[in-house]
Design a protein around this ligand. Structure first.
Ligand code: HEM
Length: 184
């Protein structure tokens, strides 16, 4: 299913999350990203649950979790460099809060692999809440690519093609459900 690629830590951008708008996802030079269409996930979390590799997500998350402070800092640094227009959406000077929120987002993504059906209502609500923050569909692939790039950086050699693919699929499913909630 996946073609092994040499791993150089360079992330791939997630481009198929953005069905709600005509916007072309921006490819940030900082992420060195190659657009990739992930056909395995078509927005139906129930049908896709078998494809999500919970174990790979959990072990890779456990690997980077002890470096949470540095990871969160790096994530926001990369995000605001790639997409300065989202900076104002975040509460300034609340690093502790941002850290909790990013970790919550990562945990939600990981958990989506174990119990996608039960998370659907939660994710739909979260998607609607993100509309209030000012988040639009075109921001999801940008955040996805930055998230993967940051995880890749911290996971080092453990960031294999399989791990990357598990994260792409999980993020795509979670985003699709959040975007359903955003449109409702
Ligand atoms: C799979 C995608 C995403 C997940 C799972 C996710 C998850 C979360 C969670 C759990 C929170 C905390 C919610 C709360 O406080 O009740 C949050 C807050 C937030 N998210 Fe996301 N998010 C995602 C995508 C995005 C995207 C694409 C953006 C666009 C920039 C974004 C911007 C924000 C902002 C601005 C906040 C509020 C931060 C604050 O209060 O300072 N998120 N997100």
């Amino acid at each position: 299913m996946t073609v092994p690629q040499p791993m150089d830590g360079a992330p791939q951008v997630i481009t198929d999350v953005d069905e709600a708008t005509d916007a072309t996802p921006e490819v940030d030079e900082a992420t060195d990203a190659t657009p990739e269409v992930d056909e395995a996930t078509d927005g139906s979390p129930e049908g896709d649950s078998g494809l999500l590799n919970a174990e790979l997500l959990e072990t890779s998350f456990a690997l980077v979790a002890p470096m949470a402070d540095a990871l969160v800092e790096r994530f926001y640094f990369r995000l605001f460099r790639a997409a300065p227009e989202v900076y104002h959406m975040f509460e300034p000077g609340r690093f502790g809060e941002q850290k909790k929120k990013l970790l919550a987002a990562l945990k939600l993504t990981v958990n989506s692999a174990r119990k996608p059906e039960s998370l659907v209502p939660v994710l739909r609500d979260l998607g609607a809440k993100h509309v209030q923050y000012g988040v639009r569909a075109q921001h999801y692939p940008i955040v996805g690519s930055i998230l993967l790039a940051t995880l890749a950086e911290f996971a080092g050699d453990a960031w294999t093609e399989e791990v990357r693919s598990a994260w792409v699929q999980a993020y795509t499913v979670v985003s699709d459900v959040m975007l359903e909630g955003a449109r409702a």
